[in-house]
Design a protein around this ligand. Structure first.
Ligand code: NAD
Length: 436
């Protein structure tokens, strides 16, 4: 099939490379000319394991084309996926201006029927809004389907090539079949392609993210109770996850969730519920709990130093909102850095992939170290914010010799309190039982 994907970010680029890998010809369009020129040279603008190889293969077998020309892409494609950003507005509602511009431009270049597939995460009812926007600019017939994306940054290629399920929202069987044909190679092991109405498909995306975020916030709140009453959230987690009704995913207490999806999608769902006068109190509470949790680690550090943080130096490990990505959107590290900078703390940061992105926010307000051990040099304490694998087994003797004093704040509970104690560290996790 000849298809286009509009927007070559985390979702568009992954989707384009994966669809090209199964023999389709894919036009990846982006209005960012610099990004497109880099991609044409095989330069990948984001960190995502396995993506570079797939993109290079697609370019070399001429199935993956990068262009800024929407006209060229629309003319060549029967199916057009929308994967532009829908970032949050200050009101909490998603900014649909990128989507509106993109679909209206697509409409202007149409020379016959097209199937528009919405992969961007959009408010409930947007399939109709998109169809209306397009109708203002074309007389040609158009179908608009919803196909929410569930990939996770850090394992996006694997998630796309082996999805748990694919959701296709359309009232028309022929539209469902056309989209399902594209996904057929990815569900050979029997994972379902779910055909539903577009509104249910749009709700499904928000429901999944809100539910997962609620699980995290539930554990974060419980971890605070553990801290007060002397329990250990890790023991509690094990006790919960062995219950098959609960399962093991997204039940880790930590420094709060972030990223480009959970915070914005939850806010969007809350806004939609408000407009429709429906109480979504559980989701609202999950969001409020996360805002509190993002400040919790900084509060712990302040408490440890009795509020006297001025001129202390912190080695901060992990800037990305989670491991295996360079994405820092809504990253908990940002809340922690803001709190520490307010208290005039000096920050020596290290992240394997996200430092360039963080430089665009903090410039020279913090120091960017070349290795995690450099970050520890002369610091008063180590603060771990993102659980990259390479942080899991440190040379603790080296860390101890580099730090001014052996203090670790572990915002992701990746170290073992007993082990840290035996190594001579003062160790503070999230919701861990205090060592006597
Ligand atoms: P992104 O910001 O990484 O990429 C969006 C891209 O769209 C950018 O490269 C931008 O230049 C381009 N763009 C914007 N307007 C354009 C236009 N008019 N014409 C051409 N290109 C245009 O965003 P993302 O993380 O890939 O997310 C895209 C959508 O997918 C969002 O709605 C998001 O909520 C959703 N989503 C994201 C993830 C994720 O993990 N990132 C997962 C599932 C769903």
């Amino acid at each position: 099939m000849q298809i286009s994907i509009i927007g070559s970010g985390y979702v568009g680029l992954v989707a384009g490379a994966c669809f090209a890998s199964t023999g389709n010809t894919v036009f990846c369009v982006d209005h960012n000319a610099e990004k497109i020129s880099g991609l044409n040279k095989g330069l990948i603008p984001i960190y995502e394991p396995g993506l570079e190889e797939l993109v290079k293969r697609g370019i070399s077998n001429n199935r993956l084309k990068f262009t800024t020309s929407l006209q060229e892409a629309v003319a060549a494609s029967e199916v057009i996926f929308m994967a532009v950003g829908t970032p949050p507005l200050p009101t909490g509602e998603p900014d649909l201006s990128y989507l509106k511009k993109a679909v209206q431009d697509v409409a202007k270049f149409m020379n016959g029927y097209r199937l528009i597939v919405n992969k961007s995460t959009v408010p409930i009812g947007s399939h109709q809004v998109v169809a209306d926007w397009m109708a203002e600019h074309t007389q040609h017939p158009v179908d608009v389907a919803s196909n929410p994306e569930f990939l996770k940054e850090g394992s996006a290629i694997e998630d796309f090539l082996k999805p748990d399920r694919v959701v296709i929202g359309t009232e028309k069987e022929e539209v469902y079949k056309k989209i399902a044909e594209l996904y057929a190679p990815f569900v050979k092991q029997g994972n379902p392609i779910l055909w539903m109405d577009p509104i249910s498909a749009e709700i499904t995306k928000y429901a999944c993210n809100s539910f997962l975020a609620t699980r995290i916030s539930f554990m974060n709140e419980l971890s605070q109770l553990c801290e007060k009453v002397g329990g250990d959230i890790e023991e509690v987690r094990k006790g919960m996850t062995t219950d098959v009704r609960i399962g093991k995913h997204f039940l880790y207490a930590g420094a709060g969730y972030g990223g480009s999806c959970f915070p914005k999608d939850i806010q969007a769902l809350i806004e939609t519920a408000k407009k429709n006068k429906v109480a979504l109190e559980i989701v609202s509470s999950a969001e409020a709990a996360n805002e509190r949790q993002k400040k919790h680690l900084a509060e712990k550090i302040k408490k440890f130093y009795d509020g006297k943080l001025k001129n202390k130096t912190i080695a901060l490990l992990g800037l990305a909102f989670k491991p295996d990505t360079d994405d820092i959107r809504e990253a908990p590290a940002i809340s922690i850095i803001d709190e520490l900078l307010k208290a005039e703390v000096k920050i020596q940061a290290f992240d394997p992939a996200a430092m360039n992105n963080m430089k665009t926010i903090y410039k020279d307000k913090i120091t960017y170290s070349t290795t995690l051990y450099d970050a520890c040099k002369g610091a008063d304490a180590l603060v771990l914010v993102t659980e990259w694998n390479e942080f899991k087994q440190l040379d603790f003797q080296k860390v101890k010799s580099l730090l001014k004093s052996p203090v670790i704040f572990d915002g992701r509970n990746i170290y073992h309190p007993e082990k840290m104690k035996s190594l001579g560290f003062a160790y503070y996790g999230i919701g861990r039982r205090p060592l006597t």
